[in-house]
Design a protein around this ligand. Structure first.
Ligand SMILES: N[C@@H](CCC(=O)N[C@@H](CS)C(=O)NCC(=O)O)C(=O)O
Length: 221
C-alpha cells in the first residue's frame, strides 16, 4: 500500500495527482507545514513537519514523503518518477530513451523553473504581492522564467505533450511546478503553446480529483 505524507496544499499535490492518474489505492497522512502552526511541538498539535513521528519518516522535515510497501522516498518529483516506473503504462517511459527525456525534463523543472515559481506562490501565500518588495520579487522571478518558458514554448509548438506524444509523468511534474506561477497571466499570455498544454493537463480527471482534495482540505481547516 502507498502512503503519502503531506497535505494537498503543498508539493504533496504532485504525488496525490500521480496516484489518481495511476488509479492505485493510497492512504494519506496529512502532515502539515510546521510554519503554519503557532506551536508545532505542542502536545495537541496536528502532525506536522517538525513532529518527531514525521521526522522519523523524513529527517529533512519536508513534505511530501511516500512509503510504498516499506520503501520511503522524500522528493516529490522523484517520487512520481518512481511511481511511474513501478506501475508502468502510458505515464511511464516506454523505453530507456523516453525515461531519459522524462528525467531530464524533471530535473530541468526542478532546477531552472521551481526556484522562481515557488517564490511567486509564497509571495501570494504571505499576502506580499502588492508590497513594493513583493512586486519586485515577482518581477525578478518572471524575468527568470522567460528563458525556461521560451524553451518549453518552442518544444510544445510541434507537440501536444512533453515526451512521447502522450500525457506522462513528465507533463505532470512540469505542470505542477508551473502552476505556482499561473497568477502571472501576462507571462502565460506570451506563451500560448505552454498555456494550451497546461489546459490539457488540467482537464484530466486525475488533476480535478487532486484539486477536489485541496478544496476539501481548505474547507475543513
Ligand atoms: N524538494 C522538496 C521540497 C519539499 C518542501 O520544501 N516542502 C515544503 C512544503 S511544499 C515543506 O515541507 N516545508 C516545511 C514547512 O514549511 O514547515 C520536494 O520537492 O519534495
Amino acid at each position: 500500500m502507498l502512503t503519502i505524507y503531506g497535505v494537498y496544499c503543498s508539493r504533496a499535490s504532485r504525488n496525490y495527482w500521480m496516484a489518481e492518474e495511476l488509479g492505485i489505492p493510497f492512504q494519506s497522512v496529512p502532515v502539515i507545514q510546521a510554519r503554519l502552526l503557532a506551536d508545532p511541538l505542542a502536545a495537541d498539535a496536528q502532525i506536522n513537519t517538525k513532529s518527531p513521528a514525521f521526522l522519523a519518516v523524513n529527517p529533512m522535515g519536508l513534505i511530501p514523503a511516500i512509503d510504498d510497501d516499506g520503501l520511503v522516498l522524500a522528493e516529490s518529483l522523484a517520487n512520481n518518477l518512481y511511481l511511474a516506473r513501478k506501475h508502468g503504462g502510458p505515464l511511464a517511459g516506454a523505453d530507456v530513451r523516453e525515461e531519459g527525456e522524462m528525467t531530464a525534463w524533471t530535473l530541468w523543472v526542478a532546477t531552472e523553473v521551481e526556484p522562481h515559481t515557488v517564490k511567486i506562490v509564497l509571495t501570494y501565500d504571505n499576502a506580499q504581492e502588492n508590497t513594493p518588495e513583493g512586486k519586485a520579487l515577482i518581477e525578478a522571478c518572471v524575468r527568470g522564467l522567460e528563458r525556461p518558458l521560451a524553451r518549453l514554448e518552442q518544444h510544445l509548438q510541434t507537440r501536444d505533450y512533453v515526451v512521447g506524444g502522450r500525457f506522462t509523468v513528465a507533463d505532470l511534474n512540469l505542470a505542477e511546478v508551473l502552476r505556482y506561477a499561473m497568477s502571472e497571466t501576462h507571462l502565460f499570455d506570451r506563451h500560448p503553446a505552454v498555456t494550451a498544454w497546461l489546459g490539457r493537463c488540467h482537464a484530466r480527471p486525475g488533476f480535478e480529483a487532486m484539486m477536489a482534495g485541496r478544496r476539501k482540505e481548505a474547507q475543513a481547516a
